[in-house]
Design a protein. Structure first.
Length: 397
């Protein structure tokens, strides 16, 4: 009226709020579907990564093996670097690895391969003897009927051995242990290429390992820089402790079981002892499988004992005793917390590694799993694991 505008009436805030329509992805089922899609996407990404790595095994396996050896000998390299040029220290360690480990490994494999036909025949005879005992049991006679010879319980040893050969060759090594011959020219070329590549990569890991890792860390800053440094340190410490500890455990298993076999006079005691050492690098099941093979050989020929069954039982007892001493006393001392994993986790990791990469997968699955768990343990700090892995504190009363 006097040229003044009337102000618009104010609306209370409570009345101004209008309820928003709830979208189809905001309810409980929508959130569940979103999370399911995320999980499926991560699973597909992991499958794609594993598939890609399997296509590049000739490169991936040498890199992993070189990393494992470099981690195992890092304390020695650190000690030598402080007293001589890095190149000279690298040459000394690399020559030691090639000459000592390569020479001993070749001698062990050659000794086992040379007497493998006798081992296989003795194991076959032992299995056949057990099968004959099973067929003579009263319960087996009831199952088989009046003519047990025509439908006797049998073990398809040839099929089992064919499966074992396929498992051994699935890692890409390309050797057929049963015949001692290489499976083909392509397998030989692949093996030699991987071996040479591993030695070259190992040389640079030993010589320039810290420099390479610092180069990898250049894109990371502040919090992530410290986190990745902790991850690298934990990876090297875990792999090194695992390899050194496993080698000590394998040697102890071979010595303990081997002494028992020699005392009993079991035939083929030397190749059986070497086989125990090789298979002991596969946790839980390796030494047990070698012990079963030794028991089968003892069942056929009891050595100094006339009773093969009694000799086999004693061998089984020795294997069980050595495994108990290893698991309860030796392994905690040699490995410390490097392999702080539940037995079920180890078995699952072994299964996945075996299915994915054969015998090399079975050997590498457990240390890689231990590394993954170690990374979780230091993700937020040296002694502060990731939030989801922390122990829940009890609420205050």
């Amino acid at each position: 009226m006097f040229g003044r505008r009337r102000s618009a009436p104010t609306v209370p805030a409570a009345l101004a709020r209008t309820p928003q329509a709830k979208g189809p992805w905001r309810d409980a089922m929508g959130l569940l579907a979103t999370r399911s899609i995320q999980i499926i996407a991560v699973a597909l990404l992991l499958v794609a990564i594993v598939f890609g790595l399997r296509q590049l095994t000739v490169v991936v396996i040498p890199v992993i093996l070189a990393l494992v050896f470099a981690a195992a000998f890092e304390p020695l390299m650190r000690w030598l670097r402080a007293r001589m040029p890095s190149v000279l220290a690298t040459i000394i360690v690399l020559l030691g690895i090639v000459v000592v480990i390569g020479g001993v490994g070749w001698a062990i494999v050659r000794a086992v391969v040379a007497q493998w036909p006798d081992l296989y025949q003795s194991a076959t005879d032992g299995v056949n003897q057990i099968v004959a005992w099973i067929n003579e049991l009263p319960l087996a006679q009831q199952w088989l009927g009046d003519d047990p010879a025509s439908a006797a319980f049998e073990v398809p040893l040839d099929d089992i051995w064919a499966t074992v050969q396929g498992f051994l060759s699935s890692s890409g090594v390309g050797a057929t242990i049963g015949s001692g011959a290489v499976a083909g020219v392509g397998a030989v070329a692949s093996f030699l290429t991987g071996l040479v590549l591993m030695v070259v990569i190992l040389f640079f890991f030993l010589k320039d390992g810290p420099i390479i890792w610092n180069f990898v860390l250049r894109p990371f800053h502040d919090e992530w820089d410290g986190r990745m440094k902790r991850v690298g340190t934990k990876t090297v410490d875990t792999l090194g402790a695992y390899v050194r500890g496993t080698a000590g455990v394998a040697a102890a298993d071979a010595i303990g079981i081997g002494i028992g076999l020699f005392i009993l006079g079991i035939p083929l005691a030397l190749p059986l002892t070497l086989l125990v050492f090789i298979l002991a690098f596969i946790p839980i099941v390796g030494a047990t499988l070698a012990g079963i093979l030794a028991a089968l050989v003892a069942l056929v020929d009891g050595g100094f004992m006339d009773n093969g069954l009694l000799a086999a039982v004693i061998v089984v007892g020795i294997v069980v005793l050595v495994n108990q001493l290893e698991g309860n006393f030796l392994q905690p001392v040699l490995m410390g917390r490097a392999l702080k994993l539940h037995s079920l986790v180890i078995l699952v990791a072994l299964t996945i590694g075996t299915v994915t990469a054969g015998i090399l997968g079975a050997i590498l699955a457990v240390p890689l799993t231990a590394v993954a768990w170690g990374i979780v343990q230091v993700w937020e700090g040296d002694s502060l694991p990731a939030k989801w892995a922390r122990k829940k504190e009890a609420p205050a009363a």
